[in-house]
Write a protein that binds this ligand. Structure first.
Ligand code: SF4
Ligand code: SF4
Length: 308
């Protein structure tokens, strides 16, 4: 069986094009289809995959489109944002069903090992996975929602990259499926939420029920790093529901501190088995306290308890 491979930026640019590279503390990146084919049981899903096959194939087609469309960049483009650029970008993203939009600079350790990107800034977008569908995980309905979001957000970031190019700016779409950078850490840095014990972003809008994608650019918009949602880390320490409910026993009791620095929350090899058997598992998302309740209410209760 042929194993799917994530596109290599180098195949889409001239050899002398400058890029922003990962560093020695960067972590390995994972491409969902590649993990399933390496560690999961891909044969077990062939029958189940048939109804989702058109969506999966079009999602992959859009991933390659994100790289091919780099050739349409103006190159010697302005790096100064015009009036209202961020607001116009955000308005379009929300119109295209994104839930939230942030902007940040990308530290090189957030670029996956041996990967590179064209620009050092990123617009970061989240898109909701409907809670009603995720509440039926694992199975066909939740899997359909997972792949609907990968697909739709993959198309949206290509549209948003086109929007920037039409205004004379450089852009590189980072699809929702796969990616060259750690989207959860970028979204956290941009103040859009915090990493939960399951390694996923928990946001005020969607809890963990979302996918994330980015558009890289060299436009120097103002940004501030945020720790607004850091309280979630203490909350997670006393919760642990996702750890108990994970069918693959894949979520670490305590995140693993990696030798090169940084954290790993789940064992991807263990996750790949239920993930591939059910086309996207999502039990940790279904079971998360932030899926079952609202962010604001959980935060208010947490603060009240902390104050005695
Ligand atoms: S997707 Fe499923 S197997 Fe993977 S970490 Fe979440 S609950 Fe565990
Ligand atoms: S289930 Fe609990 S421990 Fe796990 S991520 Fe959600 S809030 Fe944190």
């Amino acid at each position: 069986m042929i194993k799917p491979k994530y596109p290599d930026l180098r195949n889409y640019i001239d050899p002398d094009t400058p890029t922003v590279k990962s560093d020695e503390t960067s972590h390995e990146g994972y491409f969902v289809p590649e993990i399933i084919f390496t560690y999961g049981q891909p044969k077990s899903i062939i029958k189940k995959i048939l109804t989702l096959l058109p969506t999966i194939l079009d999602t992959l087609r859009n991933v390659f489109k994100s790289y091919k469309s780099i050739r349409r960049n103006p190159g010697e483009a302005s790096q100064l944002p015009g009036d209202g650029l961020f607001d116009d970008f955000k308005t379009l993203a929300i119109k295209l069903h994104c839930s939230s939009v942030g902007f940040t600079e990308i530290p090189t350790d957030m670029i996956f090992r041996n990967r590179e990107i064209l620009y050092k800034y990123a617009f970061v977008m989240t898109m909701e996975m409907r809670r009603e569908a995720i509440s039926r995980a694992p199975g066909r309905v939740a899997a359909g929602e997972v792949w609907r979001t990968y697909h739709e957000l993959g198309r949206v970031v290509n549209r948003l990259a086109g929007f920037l190019r039409d205004r004379g700016y450089n852009a590189q779409a980072g699809p929702s499926l796969g990616g060259d950078t750690n989207y959860v850490r970028l979204a956290q840095k941009a103040g859009m939420g915090w990493t939960g014990r399951h390694g996923l972003l928990i946001s005020p809008e969607n809890g963990p029920c979302q996918r994330i994608a980015v558009v890289y650019t060299d436009i120097s918009l103002p940004f501030t790093d945020s720790v607004d949602h850091a309280w979630i880390e203490s909350f997670c320490s006393s919760c642990g529901r996702c750890v108990k409910k994970c069918p693959g026993n894949a979520i670490y009791q305590e995140y693993k501190k990696l030798d090169e620095g940084g954290r790993q929350y789940i064992d991807y090899k263990k996750c790949a088995v239920p993930f591939s058997q059910t086309l996207g598992c999502s039990v940790c998302i279904r079971e998360c306290t932030f899926t079952k309740g609202s962010y604001d209410k959980i935060k208010a209760a947490f603060n009240a308890k902390a104050q005695g």
